[in-house]
Every structure is written in structure tokens, then in C-alpha cells.
Design a protein around this ligand. Structure first.
Ligand code: AMP
Length: 214
């Protein structure tokens, strides 16, 4: 069972690599950030609540996020594996996930931590762009589209996430240090943690990830 968690700071490369891993192992990509952004776009009550936290760079409360993930993991398409991108982000979420995994018989097997120095994170986040239609990721310098402002895959307009500005990023990074970093120890203790060098070129990084996942 390929049940995978990606850990790492904002800009560490979780989203980009998640898409590649999920395509190659044919498992669903579960990004809590994407789920919240979709709810915000559709102006649902969940979206309104999530937006009040996301716009400040703060974490959405655990009970809301855990409930959302539990519902998603119960779906049939997760029975042979799944990839969680951006969840868990707190010890309480990780503990809840252990229980959910046991209850559904879908326990997490692999935790991959993307290690990237902070100066590179800031450069990646501030230059990040994303397709407004299909969600494909770009970077104005490191991964530019063929036609400026347009997605190579679907021609959609590229946009900058509202929380990808320097001020909000500072809060997100401090949330990461305070709440998410302790997860590295949490998963190392149960022998599920694998670290990869997130500064490597994508193809090399995928080789390292494939070696972990077998
Ligand atoms: P991401 O797309 O993973 O960078 O997430 C964007 C924002 O969504 C975060 O800065 C949080 O405000 C919120 N968010 C995403 N995942 C979680 C989570 N597991 N727990 C709490 N908030 C989250």
C-alpha cells in the first residue's frame, strides 16, 4: 500500500513532486491547501472559515482540517494508497491521522521530508505562479511557462496565490517551525521518516523518491 505523507516547509516542493508521484503510482493527491482553496473559490461556509486563517498565513483549526481529511480518506479511491500533501501540520493532526489510519485500515507507511534552506524557500515562494485552471505549478525564473502568463498544459492564466507574498510567508514559516517541524521527530521515532534534498533537480529527486517507495 502506497500511503504517503509529504513533509516540508512552504516552497519545499511538496506540490510539484506530489503531482509526479501520484501520476507514477496512480494514487490520489490529497492537498488540504487545494481543498481549502477550492472551497474558497466556491464560497462555501468551509471556504469562508478557511479564508479567515489562510489569508493571514495562520493554520486552519485542527478539528476542521482533521474532519475534512477523514472524510476524504474514507473514499474508495484511497483503498490502495494515497498521498497527503500539507497534512498533517501539527502533532494533534498526526495523532488523529494514526487513529484514522487504523480505523480505516489505511495506515501511513512512508513519510518523505523535503529539506530546503530558508533563503531558497523565500525565493521559490515569491516567484511561484500557478495555473488558475488546472493547478500546474510554475516559477517565473526556475520553471517559466513557454508563453508568459499562460499554462503550457491547458493555456489557462497563471496567477500568484494570495498568501505567496513576503509578509504572509513569514507567518507561514513561523507556523511551520513551531507546529510542523516537531513532526519530523514524531515520524522518525516510529521509523517512517525519509529525508530528501529538495534542492536537487526534479528528475534526480524523483529517483531518490522512487528508491524510497520501491
Ligand atoms: P498549502 O497549500 O499546503 O501551502 O496550504 C495553504 C494554507 O492552507 C496554509 O497556510 C494553511 O493556512 C491552510 N492549511 C493547509 N493545510 C493545512 C493543515 N493541514 N492544517 C491547517 N491549515 C492548513
Amino acid at each position: 500500500m502506497k500511503s504517503i505523507i509529504l513533509l516540508g516547509a512552504p516552497g519545499a516542493g511538496k506540490g510539484t513532486n506530489a503531482k509526479r508521484i501520484c501520476a507514477s503510482y496512480n494514487i490520489p493527491h490529497i492537498s488540504t491547501g487545494d481543498m481549502f482553496r477550492e472551497a474558497i473559490k466556491n464560497k462555501t461556509p468551509l471556504g469562508e472559515l478557511a479564508n479567515s486563517y489562510i489569508s493571514k498565513g495562520a493554520l486552519v483549526p485542527d478539528d476542521v482540517t482533521i474532519g475534512l481529511v477523514k472524510e476524504r480518506l474514507s473514499k474508495d479511491d484511497c483503498k490502495d494508497g494515497y498521498l497527503l500533501d500539507g497534512f498533517p501540520r501539527t502533532i494533534a493532526q498526526a495523532e488523529a491521522l494514526e487513529n484514522i489510519g487504523k480505523e480505516l485500515n489505511r495506515e501511513v507507511k512512508y513519510v518523505i521530508n523535503f529539506v530546503v534552506p530558508e533563503n531558497i524557500l523565500v525565493e521559490r515562494i515569491t516567484g511561484r505562479r500557478v495555473c488558475s485552471k488546472c493547478g500546474a505549478p510554475y516559477h517565473i525564473k526556475n520553471m517559466p511557462p513557454k508563453v508568459e502568463g499562460k499554462c503550457d498544459l491547458c493555456g489557462g492564466d497563471l496567477i500568484q496565490r494570495k498568501d505567496d507574498n513576503e509578509e504572509t510567508l513569514r507567518t507561514r514559516l513561523s507556523e511551520y517551525h513551531q507546529n510542523t517541524m516537531p513532526l519530523v521527530k514524531f515520524y522518525s521515532k516510529v521509523n517512517k521518516l525519509h529525508e530528501v534534498d529538495g534542492t536537487k533537480p526534479l528528475e534526480e529527486l524523483m529517483k531518490d523518491i522512487n528508491a524510497i517507495l520501491g
